[in-house]
Structures are given as C-alpha cells and as structure tokens.
Unconditional design. Structure first.
Length: 314
C-alpha cells in the first residue's frame, strides 16, 4: 500500500522568523548545556593557566609566589588528574549549567531584539556586530554571579564544598560587590566576543555555500560558528584573563598576585611582571580548543532545536 504522504522537501530559508522568549530559553539553554558537557574540562584548564602567576624565579622567591605548576595544556590536565583526580576537571560545572538557560536565552533573544532596534544602521554586517555586542553586554549582567562562583570553584586553592557553599559564602562575606566582582571586564569581554562571533557568522553565511539539505545547512552553520568562535576568542582573551584574576581575587589573595582593581592596571601589571604580550593571552590554547569547536556546536545545536520547536508549533 502506497502512502499519499511524501517527505517534506527541504527549502532553505536565509531569514527565519525570530523565536519567542520561551523557545529561545529552550533552544539557547539546550545549545549551551550541550557545549558545556562536552567542553567544560578545557574551561577548568583555561582558568588554572590564567590564575597562575608566572613571575621570574628570583622575583617569585622574593615575593613568595608559588612555583609554576602548569607549562602547557596537556601538562595542566596531567597535573590536575594526578594530584587532584579526574573529578576536579568538572568541579564547579553546576554553576554554568544553572546559568545556561537564562544566559543563552538572553544572548539569542536580545540579539534578535537589538537587530530590530539597530534597523537604522544601513550596513547589515555592522548591524549584526552591534546587535551581537549589545546582546553580550546584556548577558554579562545575568551571568556574572555564575562566573564568579565558577572561577572560585575552579581555582586550585578553592576550599568551597560545592557550588551552593561558594555562592552563600561569597554573598555572606563579600556582599553583592563580591558576587559581581569582575563585572566590567566581563561586560567588555562579552561585547567583543559576541560582536565578533555574530558578525563573522553573518558574513560567512553570506559567502559560504547555499545549503541544499538540512545536513548541508548544519555543516555550513558549524563552520561559521567554529570560525566565529575562534576569531572572537583570539580578540577577547586579554579581557578574559583580567576577568578571571579579578573574580578570584578574594579567594586566592596574594597567591594570585593581588591584581589591581582596574582593567588597565591589571593588564599593565601582567604585561610588566609575567612575560609581556604573551602573558596577556594566558589560557588561549584551551580557550581556542573549547570556544572554536564550542562556537560551532552552540550555533548548530541552537538552530537544530529551534527548527524542531518551529515545526512543532506549525
């Protein structure tokens, strides 16, 4: 018996309708959680490398700074597993997972909102960059407390029992100023990353192949997201280093080098005392390993989930 129902033919839509708030929460949260579960150990390694103060040996002895423990991504992985156990690579993962739904919902939904608000900008590429940067700034205000807790949990000297203990103690001992420490560098970091990420994706989608199937569209989106994530990560790593130092300042104290409470002061201090320009890109390799492919995973997962939600509602 033949069926009268034929498979729906794929039709590429370069301008899909924006999702509503709830679908954005579901699609954005699902995309973010998928990326975290796959890539989180690299984030732990990244934070360890960024928090490690790498002064010259003589200076380190004179100032009481601990010796350098991590000299590479692989070496950091090996040292953590050997001395602290595999589980340490997932320490603090609850905080970013809890943040994912609201964070990604804000990122993707406000990105669409800002595109409409910036409709007066004639150049579509510039409009995509402005919308992405604005979405990143908005996202930072939602995500900063979760980032502070995550960084404190990831630090080698961390003595918090769990995520809830960290959040409670930070609020009790340091107040809102503590839970929002490092907000400004995080705002700037997010603005740079999201502006570059969405801007590059917009450009690549217009110059890469026109999809002929859903798999072809997913492949193009993955390539766009991967390249966008890599470029964005390269651009904003110095701000990420500053963010990590500031957000861990209370937990690590002098062991973290007591960075200045300003972005410029912290950048200058790291540059002068820890190896010049190279020191400003600490943790770059695990970041690029994570946020390059992670950017691809995130945009593909978001689009895949969004399509299913749209089809379900049709």
């Amino acid at each position: 018996m033949s069926s009268n129902t034929e498979p729906k033919k794929y039709v590429y839509n370069p301008n899909p309708k924006p999702l509503g708030l709830f679908p954005s929460v579901v699609a954005g949260g699902g995309a973010g959680v998928a990326e975290i579960l796959i890539m989180y150990p690299l984030d732990v390694v990244k934070t360890r490398l960024q928090l490690q103060v790498t002064k010259q040996a003589a200076t380190a002895v004179a100032t009481g700074v601990e010796p350098v423990l991590y000299t590479s991504v692989f070496g950091c992985f090996k040292h953590i597993i050997k001395t602290e156990g595999v589980g340490r690579l997932y320490r603090g993962i609850a905080s970013p997972i809890l943040a994912e739904a609201p964070k990604r919902a804000v990122k993707f939904s406000t990105n669409e909102t800002y595109k409409s608000l910036f409709s007066f900008i004639p150049d579509a590429q510039l409009r995509a960059v402005a919308a992405g940067a604005s979405a990143g700034i908005t996202e930072a205000f939602v995500n900063c407390p979760f980032e502070v807790v995550k960084v404190r949990m990831q630090a080698r000297q961390s003595d918090y029992k769990n995520t809830m203990d960290a959040a409670t103690r930070i609020l009790r001992n340091e107040g809102l100023g503590g839970i929002y420490s490092g907000l400004l560098p995080q705002v700037l970091r997010n603005a740079v990353w999201n502006g570059a990420y969405f801007g590059v994706i917009f450009k690549l989608k217009s110059v890469l192949w026109t999809p002929q199937s859903e798999n072809s569209e997913l492949a193009r989106n993955f390539v766009s997201g991967l390249v966008g994530g890599a470029i964005a990560t390269t651009a904003n790593t110095p701000l990420d280093v500053v963010k990590s130092r500031m957000q861990n300042l209370k937990a690590a104290g002098s062991a973290a080098g007591d960075p200045s409470p300003t972005i410029l002061g912290t950048l200058v201090k790291i540059y002068k005392e820890e190896g010049g320009v190279k020191a400003l890109w600490k943790g770059y390799i695990p970041r690029i390993y994570r946020l390059g492919p992670g950017g691809g995973i995130m945009i593909v997962a978001y689009d895949w989930i969004a399509k299913r939600i749209t089809r379900y509602n049709e």
